[in-house]
Design a protein around this ligand. Structure first.
Ligand code: FPP
Length: 263
């Protein structure tokens, strides 16, 4: 697996290739259920099918990393019954799909403030991480009790602590150091971020890491996001021209060649 941010450097880019890292804000479960006069929980349950189809497709295509926003730090504000349902579904999903993960060579890595999750969820996650640790295919990162600002706050706190014990100097802190100390350390930054359900926000997801990501918004609700929707997003990504703050090759200013200039 490539290490920090190779996909953010000049020269990397879409240009017909596949993204190394796809991050997804899975939104619209509630509206999907509402449209069918079903309880919200049924939307989340249907969302699990979309999760499995997405990660299996990513594995077949050879995408290096998929990061799924499953539960934000703000999601605790939801009714307790919905929070419990989401955690229950996560546990169900892991126990039902663990064999499939291994079969598809998928490795699981949860990110976020995991120590604040229910111990039963933590145990299930530990089990899944252990069971998939030898898998070498797509890395599936599941963001749980995660927020980008929280991640940066934690990083700054640990940096201040290290500095106060003389384990970190000002000169050591640069962009590479920060990337290497985030939850996503060791991974390429997302090349493509997808948000379903028509909302056009980032909602505190991977704030540092998406500096140069291509953003793809689709009106499709998460439970309806299937293989063909993922491929549609990838095709759109391939049409994008990634310049990383520079210019496109056609746009690069080349000084006039003096030898051909009129006298
Ligand atoms: C947003 O829909 C979705 C979530 C907050 C949770 C996503 C969770 C899953 C898809 C299931 C479990 C995940 C994994 C990785 C197994 P919403 O409820 O905000 O929808 P709405 O905006 O239409 O109300």
């Amino acid at each position: 697996m490539s290490s920090n941010s190779p996909s953010t450097g000049p020269g990397a880019g879409a240009s017909g290739g596949l993204p190394a890292h796809v991050a997804i804000i899975m939104d619209g479960n509630g509206r999907w259920a509402k449209a069918r006069h079903l309880p919200r929980v049924e939307g989340h349950r249907a969302g699990i099918r979309a999760v499995q189809e997405t990660v299996e497709t990513a594995a077949r295509l050879g995408i290096e990393v998929v990061t799924l926003y499953a539960f934000s730090t703000e999601n605790w504000k939801r009714p307790r019954s919905e929070v419990l349902t989401l955690m229950g579904l996560l546990k169900e999903y892991i126990s039902a799909e663990l064999d499939n993960f291994v079969r598809h060579n998928l490795r699981l890595r949860p990110i976020g403030r995991l120590d604040q999750l229910d111990p039963s969820v933590q145990r299930q996650l530990d089990r899944a991480v252990e069971a998939t640790s030898a898998c070498t295919g797509t890395l599936v990162q599941v963001a749980l009790n995660y927020s980008g600002r929280q991640e940066v706050t934690d990083l700054v706190r640990s940096a201040v602590e290290a500095a106060s014990h003389a384990r970190l100097t000002l000169e050591q802190v640069d962009e590479g150091w920060i990337s290497a100390h985030l939850a996503t350390r060791g991974l390429p930054d997302p090349d493509l971020m997808i948000r379903t359900s028509g909302e056009q926000r980032i909602s505190n997801f991977l704030l540092w890491q998406i500096a140069y990501a291509e953003i793809y918004f689709t009106p499709v609700l998460w439970p309806d996001f299937d293989r063909s929707e993922l491929i549609r997003a990838l095709l759109e990504y391939q049409q994008r021209e990634r310049r990383f703050g520079g210019l496109s090759p056609q746009g690069v200013f080349t000084p006039p060649d003096a030898s051909h200039a009129d006298p």
